[in-house]
Design a protein around this ligand. Structure first.
Ligand code: GLN
Length: 472
């Protein structure tokens, strides 16, 4: 809830609570609940000491924007001295030797790294079940998958184990678990946040992004992390707006928007109850903000999944060549799980000279068509609203043998990565007791607009505050 985080920041500043108390409170929850939920793979033993140092700064009135807040980090982002395993046996023994740009910026604002979270192995998956260290439970719908691949980060937030969390999103890995766990998450535009220190899944899609209980928390973390870095040539030199100023909860701050819905997404949505909830949310936000709903054509989005996977496989294959057993732990092919191996072998095959024209180049062409589709759509609409996943999460451990069914989970999240635009998720309500996230897309580098709309779409009770039938 916006007030909850904002209120806590105020209390820390006024020293009604100390950073140490805040961190110790979370450590207690983690020690009680983590065994069952498996959100954290590692807790930072230096967290309390770090908090003591932040308390000294708070006392002097010279603290940063994240002073005393506990931040959970996905296990594919480098943090000095902590195990950066990518939830894989391959990197079981690998400890970060430097801070990723995002971590360096968080520390500079006095945020406290509370621990490393569970995830799908090497960020390949969408259920949180491919981790070599066991799957994560969904605290908001126990027994169901939390979504992936940033499963541990979403679950840690939902279980009250941290204030904020970092995830990474290649094809939906922030938005999908945010939706299933009833929290809020944002995938920034490609190039908005430095990828330096993030272990690649597919370098042309990956972005580190923010996860929180509300849009305000995401805005705060984005404000700290965004911006160009000399260490990442793909990061873009564009001014970083004051995102927190835009993430006001009231609908009054926006008006006369053109809110896009697309029949092309409606068609792809297998569970009609989900689409019904999302279009209902769009109507209610339109009414609240005196905005109008427009239909946008996205005629190539049904190619998204077919375009994404060949590119992801090839880039993943290339990115994993460094895990040859000589520099970082074990040789990946000897130590990884089934899904990771599938992608390595598939990527190797697709990138063979004789197949490049058949798969890889065709996929790049489809990517271009989808990007253009969005450029046109954003001439008609300021933002586009759609579901996060076409179906509800399945039960943990349920065997889904058809790969196409597994990959179809990503049909609504992948398009934003292909087009390089920004997209976020806030809670829309619950169906059958399970949280359902509303996804909002905005043009590239319009995170301030995105966060503004996300905040306006949030329910007063926080992201997961909605009842069974969604919004009023
Ligand atoms: N599910 C997609 C994949 O497995 C996306 C994962 C991600 O965003 N890291 O590639």
């Amino acid at each position: 809830m916006e007030e909850a985080l904002k209120g806590k920041i105020g209390s820390l500043k006024k020293r009604r609570i100390s950073a140490v108390e805040n961190v110790e409170g979370f450590l207690k929850v983690i020690s009680h609940k983590n065994k069952a939920i498996n959100a954290f793979l590692h807790v930072n033993e230096a967290a309390v000491e770090d908090a003591e140092n932040v308390d000294k700064k708070l006392k002097k009135g010279a603290s940063g924007r994240l002073a005393g807040l506990a931040i959970a980090v996905k296990s594919n982002i480098n943090v000095t001295g902590l195990p950066i395993t990518c939830a894989s046996k391959t990197l079981e023994e690998y400890y970060g030797s430097y801070d990723a740009d995002a971590i360096r910026k968080i520390r500079a604002e006095d945020g406290i790294i509370i621990g490393m979270t569970n995830m799908d192995e090497f960020a390949c998956g969408n259920s949180g079940e491919t981790s070599a260290f066991g799957s994560t439970d969904n605290p908001s719908a126990p027994g169901m998958i939390p979504g992936g691949t940033s499963s541990g980060s979403a679950a840690a937030l939902a279980a009250g184990m941290c204030d904020l969390a970092l995830g990474s999103d290649t094809g939906g890995s922030i938005r999908n678990p945010a939706s299933h766990c009833g929290v809020v998450g944002i995938k920034p535009s490609y190039g908005r946040v430095s990828r330096f220190g993030l272990i690649d899944s597919a370098m042309s899609f990956d972005q580190i992004g923010a996860m929180a209980k509300d849009a305000y928390g995401c805005a705060l973390l984005m404000e700290v992390m965004a911006g160009r870095s000399d260490y990442d040539a793909t990061s873009v030199n564009a001014a970083v707006p004051e995102y927190t100023a835009h993430a006001k909860k009231t609908g009054q701050s926006i008006g006369n928007l053109r809110i896009g819905l697309s029949r092309d997404f409606e068609r792809l949505c297998t569970d009609k109850r989900i689409y019904g909830m999302i279009s209902g949310a769009a109507k209610s936000i339109a009414a609240k903000t005196s905005s109008k709903i427009v239909n946008v054509d996205l005629k190539y989005v049904d190619l998204s999944v077919q375009a994404y996977y060949p590119i992801q496989y090839v880039e993943f294959f290339s990115g994993t060549r460094k895990f040859d057993g000589r520099r970082y732990g074990k040789r990946i092919e000897d130590s990884c799980g089934e899904e990771v191996l599938r992608r390595i072998l598939g990527g190797m095959e697709i990138s063979k000279a004789e197949y490049q024209g058949t798969y890889y180049r065709k996929a790049l062409m489809a990517k271009r068509l989808i990007t253009r589709d969005f450029e046109d759509a954003f001439k008609k609409a300021d933002v586009i609203l759609l579901p996060t996943t076409p179906v509800l999460p399945h039960k943990l451990g349920a065997k889904i043998t058809d790969l196409r069914t597994v990959y179809a989970y990503d049909a609504f999240t992948i398009p934003a990565n292909l087009a390089g635009i920004c997209a976020g998720v806030v809670g829309a309500g619950r169906i059958g007791g399970v949280p359902v996230g509303l996804q909002i897309m905005a043009p590239a580098f319009r995170e301030e607009l995105l966060l503004q709309v996300m905040a306006a779409c949030e329910k007063p009770g926080g992201s997961d505050g909605g009842g069974e039938n969604g919004r009023a």
